[in-house]
Design a binder for this molecule. Structure first.
Ligand SMILES: [Zn+2]
Ligand SMILES: [Zn+2]
Length: 344
């Protein structure tokens, strides 16, 4: 079968690999779509000693059940399914508490990322993927091409939003920084599931138009943006800021516009930083900050349900699997609206 393989630093190739053998508790999924994420670009740029070299990429995967291991129950050939982002153990303290995105077995302290398809095990940018049946959720009649990005591009914002949901009341303001793959889904989830006013920032006018069309207040991300947000919030600042980019200007904006007692969720991996100086007043009193990662199985069920109800939808740019290398180049150059999905 064809498999998009990370062969060396900053290089992927479409290679021929054997169709995976399945274990008794696994399913062979015929991939219908595999999303291409900025973290794939980050992963392949980690140098020539990256242990992931040689592996098949792809952590946003949906498809149809092709073959079942002998112990698998509850699934039939032809069923459409989405693969969990974090392949939690299901048994540890974190998993049992519903925090499987923090599974202590597959996400030990200091790990690059929790075990995911394409990050520590063969991913879904291929014709087939083998996955434990318990790491699948049904998607009904959702198109796997449109469903695949839900596994990260919608799941991760949903998780970040769920950690601040009690703050997103009808009189609250939430700022979304970045309207790329994750941000454009975060925006829709906020508008579909909270009463808060949504202010969305990006540098790309087309993405700002998208935000406005969906009912957000759109502001061009530049040096003036923090001032505008403070004006819109009566000088007080935003209840919640979600940074889907993580570059220096977005982190600076987050710190500059969060209100006292507000919350920041850092999601994007753009390499920016902030310093905390005890006793200085750059960060208002009472601010809650979390470095949010991925999402739980419950978050996954929620985004699938919202997509099935037509309340959220991924803006998809399709690329045939054969054009995977070109797709990586286009994402790297920042040319993409919404999410690229590779279609075998
Ligand atoms: Zn991702
Ligand atoms: Zn676990």
């Amino acid at each position: 079968m064809r498999a998009v393989t990370y062969v060396k630093n900053n290089t992927v190739e479409l290679l021929e690999k054997p169709v995976p053998e399945i274990q008794p508790d696994e399913v062979l999924l015929k991939v219908g779509g595999a999303g291409l994420c900025h973290s794939d670009i980050t992963i392949i740029a980690m140098g020539d000693d990256n242990p992931l070299i040689g592996s098949t990429l792809g952590h946003e995967v949906a498809g149809t059940v092709e073959k079942l291991g002998e112990d698998v129950q509850g699934w039939n050939a032809g069923d459409a399914a989405i693969v969990s982002l974090v392949l939690g153990c299901g048994q540890c303290r974190e998993c049992l508490a519903g925090r499987d995105n923090q599974c202590e077995v597959v996400s030990p302290r200091g790990a690059l990322a929790p075990l995911s398809p394409g990050i520590g095990t063969a991913g879904g940018m291929a014709d087939y993927i083998a996955v434990k049946a318990r790491h699948l959720d049904p998607i009904g009649d959702l198109d796997p091409v449109l469903a695949a990005p839900l596994a990260d591009a919608a799941l991760t914002p949903m998780h970040a939003i769920n950690t601040v949901r009690d703050r997103l009341t009808g009189d609250a303001t939430v700022v979304v920084l970045g309207l790329g793959g994750l941000g454009h889904m975060g925006l829709q989830i906020l508008l579909a599931t909270t009463g808060a006013r949504v202010i969305a920032l990006d540098t790309d006018p087309q993405k700002l138009q998208f935000a406005e069309k969906h009912g957000a207040v759109a502001i061009k991300s530049d040096a003036e943006a923090p001032k505008k947000i403070l004006e819109l919030t009566g000088g007080v600042g935003a209840d919640v800021v979600i940074d889907f980019v993580g570059v220096q200007p977005t982190i600076d904006t987050a710190i500059a516009v969060v209100r006292g007692g507000g919350a920041i969720r850092f999601v994007g991996l753009g390499g920016g930083s902030f310093s905390y100086i005890a006793g200085a007043n750059d960060l208002p009193w009472g601010v809650n900050i979390e470095r949010a990662y991925g999402g739980t199985r419950s978050d996954m069920r929620q985004v699938v349900a919202l997509a099935q109800a037509g309340k959220i939808g991924v803006e998809v740019t399709r690329f045939p699997l054969d054009d995977a290398v070109k797709a990586f180049d286009e994402l790297h150059e920042g040319k993409v609206q919404g999410r690229i999905v590779l279609v075998p």
